[in-house]
Design a protein around this ligand. Structure first.
Ligand SMILES: [Zn+2]
Length: 229
């Protein structure tokens, strides 16, 4: 196994034994015997902006400066190299195509027909996080325009977040109000029930008083009318 702490190195040791999630780079080669397919459709382009744009170009410079692989490698026209960048667990790739004797940054997708004749040639590992290797250099290459673009982007994201938060708060308030209204209704119902029971209780008392002659029929009627107001 190569020492991957020594900088940018595309290591192919045990490449064929690597589980798919451990593969950091894939080199593909054109095989003209494979069918050339025209695929219709569009794949989402990976947007690369800010300092990543420079990381991608720094890697191209390295690829063109020397053999970055751990095996004797003679690039062939149309070789395609994809290098994984880790990003919140998702897999994104920087990709390069060998054209006219040099590596070029590539923005193709699997829907580009020229890639249909490509097959895997080698794969392997590199640094844990390729961005760590070139971050600082890339950061120093940022122009005022890049910074402004980044700023705009993060402001747009902040705005989005704010809008989402406002939505959540509104929803919570609505829920809360619904709950409060329901409780209020229950309370009213309970109150009404209690009042009804009290009236009932008092009426029973009055009836007893009338039956035992403590109050007259007239008094009973007037007190009953009072109760039922
Ligand atoms: Zn190696």
């Amino acid at each position: 196994m190569c020492d991957l702490n020594e900088g940018f190195k595309l290591c192919s040791c045990d490449g064929d034994k690597l589980p798919i999630e451990k593969i950091d780079w894939i080199l593909e080669r054109r095989n003209e015997e494979l069918p050339f397919r025209v695929r219709k459709g569009m794949a989402a382009q990976n947007y690369i902006g800010g300092h990543e744009k420079y990381i991608k170009s720094i890697i191209a410079t390295h690829l063109n400066a020397k053999n970055c692989f751990d095996f004797d490698y003679e690039p062939k026209e149309d070789d395609l190299l994809k290098i994984k960048k880790r990003e919140n667990g998702a897999r994104h790739w920087y990709s390069y195509r060998f054209v006219a004797g040099k590596w070029e940054e590539d923005n193709s997708t699997s829907f580009d027909s020229w890639r249909s004749q490509h097959e895997r040639y080698r794969n392997g590992k590199n640094q844990e996080n390729i961005n760590d290797l070139f971050d600082e250099q890339a950061e120093s290459m940022l122009t005022p325009d890049d910074l402004e673009e980044q700023n705009k982007k993060s402001n747009a994201i902040l705005k989005q977040l704010e809008a989402m938060r406002a939505k959540v708060v509104k929803k919570e308030e609505e829920e809360q109000k619904k709950k409060t209204d329901a409780v209020q209704e229950q309370l009213e119902a309970m109150k009404a029930k209690i009042i009804k029971m009290e009236v009932e209780e008092k009426l029973q008392n009055l009836k007893k008083l009338r039956a035992t002659g403590v109050i007259t029929e007239e008094e009973f009627n007037s007190q009953k009318a009072e109760l039922e107001k």
